[in-house]
Unconditional design. Structure first.
Length: 108
């Protein structure tokens, strides 16, 4: 498998996290949400729930992904710990739970 970009992994992780466009977020909350989702789905595994959402709700998924891609640019120069290593991991998301709720993310 060709390694995905770090920013793409972060966007996928943010997309499947408990955070939404309507939330007012800071970099710390975004970083925490990405870490929680990467841990829950083991990095590259975030692609499966992203694809599922695009299949189920393509009209809202596109808007959510544009938001996720734009939002992770806030992290530019502030890498999420272990994201670079996870970019090289190819694992399946089968049987993995969705990322933790907003309470865990907002406590960051």
């Amino acid at each position: 498998m060709y390694p995905r970009s770090v920013r793409a992994l972060q966007a996928d992780a943010l997309f499947v996290s408990a955070l939404r466009r309507s939330d007012e977020l800071n970099a710390s909350q975004i970083r925490r949400a990405v870490m929680v989702a990467l841990h829950a789905y083991r990095g590259a595994g975030c692609a499966e729930p992203v694809a599922q959402e695009f299949g189920d709700h393509p009209e809202t998924a596109a808007v959510q992904m544009r938001w996720a891609r734009a939002t992770v640019t806030i992290l530019e120069g502030h890498p999420v710990s272990r994201t670079r290593q996870l970019a090289l991991v190819d694992s399946s998301a089968s049987g993995r739970n969705r990322a933790a709720g907003l309470s865990a993310i907002r406590s960051a």
